[in-house]
Structure formats: C-alpha cells, structure tokens
Write a protein that binds this ligand. Structure first.
Ligand SMILES: Cc1cc2nc3c(=O)[nH]c(=O)nc-3n(C[C@H](O)[C@H](O)[C@H](O)COP(=O)(O)OP(=O)(O)OC[C@H]3O[C@@H](n4cnc5c(N)ncnc54)[C@H](O)[C@@H]3O)c2cc1C
Length: 305
C-alpha cells in the first residue's frame, strides 16, 4: 500500500514526485515515459526560469535526473484503470500489474488530437507523425505537410525546415493563429507555403504516405498535394480515459478540480497540469500544481491517518 501514486512523468508528475519524497511519502510514479509534451518540443524553451534557452530534451533529462535522486519508486507502464475501494485506490496497468494507494495524483497531461480523416490510422508511422522533433530527421529532402497553423504547427515547420525540401502548412481557418515571431521565422526559411481555408479530407498512399487531400473551403474544390510526410499539430486532448468514473469533466474533457488543493470530486484523488480545467497550460504552471497537490496529499494523509 503506497501513500501516494502519481500518474505521469511530465513536469507536473515529476514535481509532485520530488515534493512527495521530501514529505517522506511512500510514493510510486507510473508513467508511459518521461517528459510528456516537453520531450516533443520542436524549438527551444525560453520561459522556464533558470534557463534562458534550453531544448525540451535537455530539460526533460534534468527533470528525470532530479526525480531519480529522490525516494520515489518509478515504473514505466500505462495506467488503464483506477478504482476506489473503501478509502483506498486500486490502480491497474496495461501490463496487468495492480497497485494500491491511499491517495492519487493524476498528472497524465494531454495527447495529440487526431485528425479523424480517412487514411489516418493506416499511415501512422508510415509518413504520418504527431511529433516533428521525434520523426523530422527521417524526412530529409522530402516534401511534407504540417496540419495546423497555430504556434505548434509553425514551431514544427521551423524545426522541419532544417531537414525537408518544402513544407505546406495547412490551416482550416481563414488565417493562421501562430504568433508574429513564429510567422516571421517560418517566412525566413523560404521553405514554407501556407494554405488557409483547407479542410482536410484524406491521406492517401501505398505503403507510405503519397498525398494529402483537402477541400478549399472558399471554392469547395477538392485539392491534392503530393507529400511524403504529414505532421499533425491541431491541439491536444486530455489523457483521462482511466479515471472517467471518479471525476467530473468540463466541455473540453478536462478534469474539474478545486484550485486550493487540486482535489477532484473524489476525496484523496488530485489532478494537476494540462489534464485539469486550469487555463494557463505551461511547464511552470504544471510544476507549481504538482508541488501543491503533493503537499495537499500529505496534509490529507496527516488528517485522515
Ligand atoms: C508544441 C508545444 C509547445 C509548447 N511549448 C511550451 C513552452 O515553450 N513553454 C512552456 O512553458 N510550455 C510549453 N508547452 C506546454 C507544456 O509542454 C505543457 O503545459 C506541460 O508539458 C504540461 O505538463 P503535464 O505534466 O501536465 O503533462 P504532459 O507534459 O502532457 O505529461 C504527461 C505525462 O503523463 C504520462 N501519461 C499519460 N497518460 C498516461 C497513462 N495512462 N499512464 C501512465 N502515464 C501516462 C505521459 O507519458 C507523460 O509522461 C508546449 C506544449 C506544446 C504541445
């Protein structure tokens, strides 16, 4: 029986782990991997205090090293279900392991949103990627498309411009939403062509991606772009499937919490970082929430044991 199980190895989960260890809680952290969205960051981070400029991968390594110095048990696995049994929790993982704890911190963040068009499932890993930083290097001298004209899409395009020959940025709306700085950098690469009003219809190919089909929302014409790679950057979806029955959600599927302690509607179950209804989803805010929830879990255990 653990005092606390933390689910997630991103900024929120790692910080919760550090704080829980310092409160001497008997803690288990379960994560699919370390770093979460930070590990996939395509351009350097410039807004985390103490580092004027640091790559996502370097920051993740520092987070992981720091956590591994604490008294926290770590398991790389995926949580599939949490149940509340009397006053405790049962956590079941994909590898069919079961763990019990008196409190839980859900710090599972968010996964990339899917396109939900024809061909998507078929071409994942065959030219279709949700992570430019992970897969960009495989597309040297190729023509690729980035789906999504927000900051994530533009940052991916900036990263990809180091490798690829040409990038189409497809945006559903009538104008891109990326900030001006990102727009200027993309322009300077001279490799990007921005297509607005593009409603994605289908991904086509043989063994690998060969083209992307979209409808021009202005003319309602169907258009085909020959590309060998497609990078999806249309936002994220909170990762909450394993905790559905124990919490309440808002309309964006984010977990409702009480903002003093980050406790959900279930006593002893906390939710922090990008997975909850909080507005400002950043590395520093995720860390702050992880710290506060670990201290709140400690306070809860003190009151109830
Ligand atoms: C493209 C992009 C650029 C960004 N740039 C910046 C920036 O420059 N500065 C900044 O401050 N913020 C930036 N952000 C936001 C920042 O990355 C997030 O706010 C932050 O990572 C949220 O941390 P988190 O720990 O809540 O979740 P995440 O980072 O999403 O981590 C979630 C963790 O939970 C794990 N997990 C998920 N489901 C399960 C499960 N079922 N079982 C076990 N483990 C699970 C994952 O493997 C991961 O370890 C950016 C985000 C994106 C997408």
């Amino acid at each position: 029986m653990f005092d606390l199980i933390i689910i997630g190895g991103g900024p929120a989960g790692v910080t919760a782990g550090i704080y829980a260890s310092r409160q001497k809680l008997n803690t288990l952290l379960i994560a699919k991997g370390f770093g979460g969205q930070v590990a996939k960051k395509a351009v350097a981070i410039e807004n985390y205090p103490g580092f004027k400029k640091i790559s996502g991968q370097d920051l993740v390594k520092k987070f992981e090293d720091h956590l591994r110095k604490q008294k926290v048990e770590i398991k790389i696995d995926e949580v599939e279900k949490i149940e509340k049994i009397n006053n405790n929790f049962l956590v079941v993982t994909k590898s069919k392991k079961e763990f019990q704890a008196k409190t839980i911190i859900v710090a599972s963040g968010a996964d990339p949103r899917l396109l939900e068009v024809l061909g998507e499932k078929e071409f994942i890993g065959k030219g279709l990627s949700y992570c430019a930083i992970c897969d960009g290097v495989l597309f040297a001298d190729k023509i690729v498309a980035v789906i999504g004209g927000g900051d994530a899409g533009f940052e991916s395009a900036i990263f990809l411009s180091n490798y690829v020959k040409k990038i189409y940025i497809l945006e559903y709306g009538s104008e891109v939403k990326a900030d001006k700085t990102n727009q200027e950098i993309v322009k300077k690469t001279k490799k990007a062509e921005i297509i607005t009003n593009a409603a994605l219809k289908e991904i086509r190919g043989g063994e690998f991606v060969e083209s992307v089909v979209y409808e021009d929302r202005g003319t309602e014409e169907e258009k085909i772009l020959p590309v060998e790679g497609i990078f999806v950057e249309i936002g994220t979806q909170p990762a909450t499937s394993f905790v559905k029955d124990l919490v309440e959600f808002n309309e964006k599927d984010e977990i409702k919490v009480e903002f003093e302690t980050y406790q959900t509607k279930t006593t002893g179950l906390f939710a922090v970082g990008d997975v909850n209804v909080g507005q400002y989803k950043q590395i520093i805010t995720a860390c702050g929430e992880g710290a506060k929830a670990a201290l709140a879990a400690y306070g809860y255990l003190k009151r109830t044991q």
